[in-house]
Design a protein around this ligand. Structure first.
Ligand code: GLY
Length: 399
């Protein structure tokens, strides 16, 4: 072998070893975070296995577990987390619990009283069907899509979020964007365009009425059901009617990234980029990229962060990065990476067996209602696991 060839080979091997070290290094924290999530979720599963029909919700101030019945909007997140963890590590014990807790939502397929059916059924049965392809899950999801569709009003062009209360007639909240994914799935799966048309109409109306000039969103838009006219724009869970409630911005971002994935309509992609810019350029987004519970809270910097908003944003940004040009993709990816590294640190990740067996600490459920403040939240955990898996897959694809 010539000396030149030998030297070239050595340099090549050296570079290769450097690259593999880097990949291993970058994967090690994410694998550790997923292993920790699995451990804590199995502890949770064992803790609530014998609690008939109950599902994890949050904790009390003294760290004791709070559970819910299956009709609470968060009921699907824990089963969904288990399915995601099973996908990452096909261990029969995780599958056993994923099936057990998914089954606890069975009767909700006929629930016509909530707009949250997409969250509830698509995270649980949706993941189960995607991974296991069982026909029983398919029909449950189609029934749930029928139930959710009943809340659609043609005049308004939206799915009703809450029943009329106080001054509100037909309230629609930004969170409702998250329920559309199940309808788009049902449309493709059954060939019944009705479901997809409802989802598209809802997303278009939300784009028209929920967003301000700076691309932040109102939490609540109220419509007059008889005419479809907008009666009120404001908030319920944010600091004020004019403020940018952090999780609301996260739901909007995730919702339009998902709408683009499912329809390939470039208007949705454009909307997602605009929301991302609002969040990323905001002067009150902290250095570690975990937002305060509301971007306009006057108590910042002495205020609560919302780990759930960070997890949802991270997951959405990672997907958005794959629909972006190289420069944007790098920015979105690195912000999401920072969020996940922060969430995976001791500051946000609980020690096993503490935190009511939830993975993340420091979420904010509903500040104005004084509910679940600085607490673990099952949806924070779900989107954190989803984001870790998206991160891992993107890294794999890039290397
Ligand atoms: N209403 C859903 C949420 O709190 O984000």
């Amino acid at each position: 072998m010539s000396k030149i060839l030998f030297n070239t080979l050595c340099i090549g091997l050296f570079l290769l070893s450097l690259f593999s070290c880097r990949t291993a290094e970058s994967e090690s924290w994410v694998d550790k975070a997923l292993k920790n999530a699995e451990k804590q979720s199995l502890l949770m599963a064992k803790k609530i296995e014998s609690m008939d029909g109950r599902l994890p919700r949050s904790t009390t101030d003294s760290d004791s577990l709070v559970t819910s019945a299956s009709d609470w909007w968060c009921s699907g997140f824990f089963p969904g987390s288990l399915w995601l963890l099973y996908e990452n590590n096909p261990d029969p014990e995780i599958r056993k619990y994923a099936e057990l807790f998914t089954g606890r939502l069975h009767k909700e397929q006929y629930n016509e009283t909530t707009h949250d059916l997409g969250f509830m059924m698509y995270c649980s049965y949706g993941n189960a069907y995607r991974i296991m392809k069982e026909d029983s899950c398919r029909s449950i999801l189609v029934n749930a899509s029928e139930s959710l569709s009943k809340r659609f009003n043609v005049k308004v062009g939206c799915i009703q979020s809450w029943e009329p209360w106080g001054e509100l007639h037909f309230p629609v909240i930004i969170d409702n964007m998250m329920n559309l994914e199940m309808l788009l799935w049902a449309s493709k799966e059954t060939g019944d365009n009705r479901f997809g048309e409802i989802a598209v109409s809802h997303a278009d109306k939300t784009m028209l009425n929920h967003f301000r000039d700076d691309n932040s969103s109102y939490h609540v838009v109220d419509y007059l059901p008889e005419t479809g006219e907008v009666a009120f724009k404001g908030t319920n869970q944010g600091y004020s009617d004019d403020s940018a409630w952090a999780r609301g911005q996260a739901w909007g971002l995730y919702g339009y990234v998902m709408m683009f994935r499912e329809t390939r309509n470039p208007r949705y992609l454009e909307m997602a980029h605009r929301i991302a810019r609002f969040i990323l350029d905001h002067p009150r987004l902290p250095e570690d990229k975990v937002p305060y519970w509301d971007f306009d809270s006057p108590n910042i910097p002495d205020d609560f962060r919302d780990s759930s908003a960070a997890a949802v944003i991270a997951s959405a940004l990672l997907e958005l990065s794959s629909y972006s040009d190289a420069e944007q993709a790098e920015e979105y990816f690195s912000v999401a990476e920072k969020q996940l590294l922060t969430l995976a640190s001791d500051v946000y990740t609980a020690e096993p067996e503490t935190n009511g067996c939830f993975i993340l600490k420091h979420g904010v459920g509903n500040m104005p209602a004084d509910s679940e403040i600085d607490a673990p939240l099952s949806y924070g955990d779900y989107y954190y696991i989803e984001a870790l898996l998206r991160y891992k897959n993107l890294k794999k694809g890039n290397s």
